[in-house]
Write a protein that binds this ligand. Structure first.
Ligand code: DQA
Length: 137
């Protein structure tokens, strides 16, 4: 089983960014634990603040992975391009969010990814990623 985690804009700042909403842990630290917890899963990680780079990574990942865990962050709510890329590829994508976007501002309720995702996991903190990984097992 080979899975790719893609994180979008500002998620490189996890640990320092709005800790009340996103917690105190860096993604690098969490990712290391995730790899240790799933020794039989080959886990790759990619982060970009740039919309087109996320689209390029999704396209390049098609057929190379069994699944993709995607937190497109703010682009979730704005990017028709990322939504179209998720639709265009055949590798299944699970959308994740650290926070419960449904309980936050109205503009975070809309997702251009969800209609083409295998499923959506939100609101479990960084554990959302672990739940997404488990959904592929
Ligand atoms: C987020 C939720 C988004 O609304 C926000 O723009 C983010 C992070 C989350 O994981 O909770 O950057 O995707």
């Amino acid at each position: 089983m080979k899975l790719l985690i893609i994180n979008g804009p500002n998620l490189n700042l996890l640990g320092n960014r709005e800790p009340g909403t996103y917690g105190n842990e860096t993604f690098e630290s969490y990712f290391q634990k995730l790899q240790e917890n799933f020794p039989n899963v080959e886990l790759d990680y990619y982060q970009s603040n740039i919309e087109g780079e996320i689209i390029n990574r999704l396209q390049a990942a098609d057929g190379e992975f069994d699944g993709i865990v995607l937190n497109a962050a703010a682009y979730t709510h704005t990017s028709i391009g990322i939504g179209d890329a998720v639709k265009a590829i055949s590798t299944p994508v699970v959308e994740v969010h650290i926070s419960n976007t449904a309980a936050r501002e109205e503009f975070r309720h809309r997702s251009f990814i969800a209609p083409n995702a295998k499923g959506v996991i939100l609101g479990f903190g960084l554990q959302s990623y672990e739940l997404a990984v488990r959904s592929f097992l």
